[in-house]
Write a protein that binds this ligand. Sequence first.
Ligand code: ADP
Length: 627
Amino acid sequence: MAQMTDLVRSGHFFRARGTSWPLTRRARRLAALTLLLVLGWAVLVQGGGWLATRYIQETVPQGESILRLAVSGLRGELARHERLPDLMAHAPVLSAALREDATQADIAGANLYLRYVTRLMGLSDAYVMGRDGTTVAASNFDQDFSFVGKNFEYRPYFRDALSGGQGRFFALGTTSGKRGYYFGAPVRERGRTLGVLALKVDVDAIEDSWRAAEYEMIVTDSEGIVFLASRRDWQFRSLAPLTREARARVAATRRYDGAPLEMLPLQRAGMVGGHQLLRLEMNGARREFVSISEVMPKAGWTVQVLLDTAPARRQALTASVAALLIVGAVLAALMAWMQRRARLRERLSIQAEAQAQLEGRVAARTAELAQLNARLGAEVTERRATEAELRRTQRHLVQSAKLAALGQMSAALSHELNQPLGAVRNFAANALTYIDRERVADARQNITRILSLADRMSETGRTLRNFARKPNAQLSDVDLHDVLRDALEVIAWRIGKRELALELDLPPGPLMVRAGPVRFQQVIVNLLSNALDALEGRPDAKIRIMAEATPQRIVLTVADNGPGIPEGLDDRIFDPFFSTKGVGSGLGLGLSISFNIIKDFGGELRLVRRPGGACFQIDLPRLGGPA
Ligand code: ADP
């Protein structure tokens, strides 16, 4: 686990993946940027175009109502004066002025009448012409540019009226230089046409009402020449190139009185909702319009409203920029969200990987442990089997040892008993012979020997009985001093005949132990007789008996300066029947019995290794000391 966290912390995981990451991230960014650009383009150009079309279309109804107003205004203006020429033509003052014998007074009367009506009706001019087209009387008779004397024979309204119809004509005044709409009516007297009355209606006022920022208004005649326009510089320009015939027609009627009639640089630029889109490049400025038009058949005019598309396009641009910003913001939010999600997914996958590795390690470790466990189990089983085998072997060994001991004992016993028995048999046979020959003294000696041998055999039997002792039987509190004194008395017969230094070193005061006094004494006698055996034939023989007492224990040491116990025999000397002494001298039971007796007293008999002789210690719990 610790290793894993270290790995993560040191960034190994990240570095390992780092080789492939930046590439894909760069590619993703590039793709996102491209998508953004495409979207931006789509929103700005496509969406903007679509929006512009929609906004332009929305302006159409407004244009239509403007157009309706303009057309009805024009119609009203014309209708207002339509009947007037006929009405005035019947005035006698006019026919009087047109008569061939007309007087100056008649002319003056007509002049005044015409001026009166002009002022009354708000006309531009009113005048009467003779049959040749020369003006006889006019409302502007007293002005500098008076029509009186001028000939208008070429004007269509004159010709129409003279031939009995109603003359209507739009033209630029040749004398006044002002545009106007001309109405003509014949002046008759008794069925004879004397001349023509003409009224000119000013159109400047109409044009003035059209000046607005959002649209332009033009009225074209049947030749396609603009004669009314919201902009002065558009006047007297044609919408299409004029044919030679058309130019000739215009020249014949002097309608525009020598105006150059250039083309208005309006170009078609497509359609919006069934209406023409027109583009105009003039004086360095570029404008675009939607054209809505209506024909006035009676007058032969076409009225056009040109709606400027700039506000609609501006609105569309603003809306599409706003949409682009919104789309951009949404995209940015989406990308941020996606990036967050990607990062989260990455983190989760790293964690999962770490977890998987960890789990893998745990599984491996668990498997190892399970294997180890199984091995240990097998070892335990094996060990148990070995132990059982060992115990079995031990049992067998003990059995064999017992049998061996039994065999050894039988051999020793038969040896111990057979020898004296043989001797007894010989001595008895010889004694009989001595008795037959009456050698009583010899016979007695033999019998004495037999008795002695019998004693020895019974001694062997008594010694063997010790093995059948009852442990802990007849234990009492004894003083070591007393036991030692009795033992020395028993052995005194062996010490007495020898040169031997016997050292006794006992602390004063009672040295109380719990023991069987006779058996304790037997042990000490045994140790002393072994020492005496070992010192046999030594000139400086020495035995040292020493007791050491602590509050808890009493240790009695019996040491001699004999040959000591050979190396490797430390344990064996306490075995039953182990003896280095020749047959007949030792049974090899002394130390074995002594060891068991001291054990019964709760103590220990041990051999202590010391240079220059053998040393045995009896270690017993001291009575009266702390438990
Ligand atoms: P035994 O005296 O009948 O041989 P023991 O059990 O008393 O039997 O002694 C066993 C053996 O231990 C002896 O044969 C002897 O070799 C050795 N041994 C005992 N005491 C001494 C001693 N003080 N010095 C040397 N050897 C000893």
